[in-house]
Design a protein around this ligand. Sequence first.
Ligand SMILES: NC(=O)c1ccc[n+]([C@@H]2O[C@H](COP(=O)([O-])OP(=O)(O)OC[C@H]3O[C@@H](n4cnc5c(N)ncnc54)[C@H](O)[C@@H]3O)[C@@H](O)[C@H]2O)c1
Ligand SMILES: O=C(O)[C@H](O)COP(=O)(O)O
Length: 526
Amino acid sequence: MYRVLISDKLGDDAVRILEGRNIEVTFDPAIGKDPARLMEVIGDFDGLAIRSATKVTADVISKAKNLKVVGRAGIGVDNIDIPAATASGIAVMNTPFGNSVTTAEHAIAMMFALARQIPQANESTQAGKWEKSRFMGLELYGKTLGLIGCGNIGSIVADRARGLRMKVVAFDPYLTPERAVELGVESVDLETLLKRADVITLHTPLTDGTRNILNDEALAKTKKGVRIVNCARGGLVDEDALYAALESGQVGGAALDVFATEPATEHKLFGRDDVVCTPHLGASTNEAQENVAIQIAEQIADYLLVGAVSNALNMASVTAEEAPRLKPYISLAEHLGTLAGQVIKGPLTGFEINLAGKVCDLNAAPMTAAALAGVMREQLEGVNLVNAEAVAEERGVKITQSTTHSSAHFDSTISLTVKTAEDERTYVGALFGGEPRLVRVGDIRLEGSFSKNMLLLRNNDKPGFIGALGNILSDAGINIATFHLGRGGADGTAIALVATDEPVSDEVVKKILTLPQALSAYALHF
Ligand SMILES: NC(=O)c1ccc[n+]([C@@H]2O[C@H](COP(=O)([O-])OP(=O)(O)OC[C@H]3O[C@@H](n4cnc5c(N)ncnc54)[C@H](O)[C@@H]3O)[C@@H](O)[C@H]2O)c1
Ligand SMILES: O=C(O)[C@H](O)COP(=O)(O)O
């Protein structure tokens, strides 16, 4: 039974869905706030469901020996060390749309709060002061809103702002002209946005490219008195620079839902009349929390139970519908890779995978990843479907994928060619009754299933080899389970694929290689 830890406050639906799918759940939001405790317990879990409080650091991942998936019930994944997760073969998923409307609404609410000083006016009124002349606001109608980041949330903010009859200018390097027209926003560079915006709102992830995007220099280029709204991530706005700009009046006010360090319980920006703060509430509505809890629970369960992958940051998607159809082909690809990995000597330099026949209609990425993982696992520990391509790329392996829509003798085949500095080998496999079969080695056709212990032999196609091989195995107390032969190699060689009940030792392999017909012999395990 799989075990999932929910270490942040998540909607009850998450527990209901996971338990309903026969997954054992530990729901303890205190763990997310206690890194030492998280490190202590994480080794017991196959899945981890989090929000922003849990920090999934490289240290946590190093202790997560059974962890297969981290599911972020929300959007931002800057609290997860994705390279470390990938290196450990852990899938990382989020729910990219579940809280976007809610967060966009919070940004609009913060813009109004700032424009009309609602929190300050509320406090003063409830204190019995009736300070009507103190709170002179800013009308948003006709003003220019500058969006930094125009993805899911930015687009919704743009739509709502246009409803308020604001002009919207957006800076987003990935915003296409067509999309800008569709959204009714003017796509501009950052300088132009800073110069023209009356209100700036940020909606980008926190990355090396966006960190401190509003720094001293940028703030100096804004319209005097500009209002700034940040409902994306602390760290996008340099907080010291913002403080100085508020002091000087360059910035007229700031509404912040997020902070460089969270929880932010003390801050130099607190207690100011020109600053409105909320404690990272962007996604905090019942609707958004229900959405993200349901989505992440289903994604985690689908991944663990069916192999379906949705919204993963570090691997290709596989739908729940295609997962059962893909599974046997993934297994075939992995078997071919495992075979190739045990035969090649020296580091892998090139990897080619060809899908032929009906298998072409399926998602190729997981098969490529499985075959690559199979090959590299024989040389490197811990390579799996999640990290195989990253590991291969890191090592400069040239990966080539191709498809051929017809397959000569089979419904579908997967062909794998692996290259090293010295060697190039091709193995072709097909499914038979849903089980992987090896159907070609180089240019020699055969038909053999994979089993735990095997021998792959190449020999000159001359009499006496099979008998002598049988004698060597029998002398070593090894029982032959199945024996598949292929012949007709251009060089007059033949192939034998032998399944044995016992593993074949190096010593026995050496003896086989003393036979005059023997050209190569590999003891394989699957
Ligand atoms: N306050 C909250 O509770 C809350 C809730 C949800 C999301 N968020 C934050 O909001 C962010 C945005 O969410 P989203 O769903 O819109 O993400 P998204 O990926 O749909 O959009 C992000 C946009 O930022 C753009 N971008 C990337 N680098 C940029 C750069 N250097 N300059 C300008 N634009 C750049 C991207 O092209 C993309 O269009 C998330 O990353 C998350 O950190 C916060
Ligand atoms: O990125 C997100 O989805 C938001 O920052 C929400 O974070 P939370 O789930 O901790 O509220």
